[in-house]
Write a protein of this length. Sequence first.
Length: 154
Amino acid sequence: MQREKSIFDKIGSLIPGYRGYAEREGRRQSDKLLRLRIADALDRCASNVQDRIDDALRAGVPDQLGTHERCHKKLDTLAAKIRYAPHGVSSFFSDVQVKEEELLHLYELDCALAQSTDTLTQEIGQLDPNTALTHVDEIANAMDRRNSWLQERK
């Protein structure tokens, strides 16, 4: 079953280049949704680490508490950084235009972040605090490279 064209679709079909613009806008929205999913996964990791902190406090084993707390703080910070990261904003009247191939590269960077985060989410419960912290640092560095790449486009 094919959906009926809305008035905006009909008007858009009359404007030269609008279809490509609408497709790029859809990709931008997908990029944002992917980053929100990544941030939510990092929030779950932070919750897992908080549970480990609580368990260590209840058990009276504070030996790696500092590392757990650093990991928790980095996860919270990284989730916020990803959630509110700049995305490929571009409009008809913008001074900065992110081209389609650049938007595809940005999406690839975000997909790599998602894969790394998924791996961390699956393994965080079994990782020692130092290894977990190393994985979080790697994801943070990938996010920094992503943001630097996007900043260079401006």
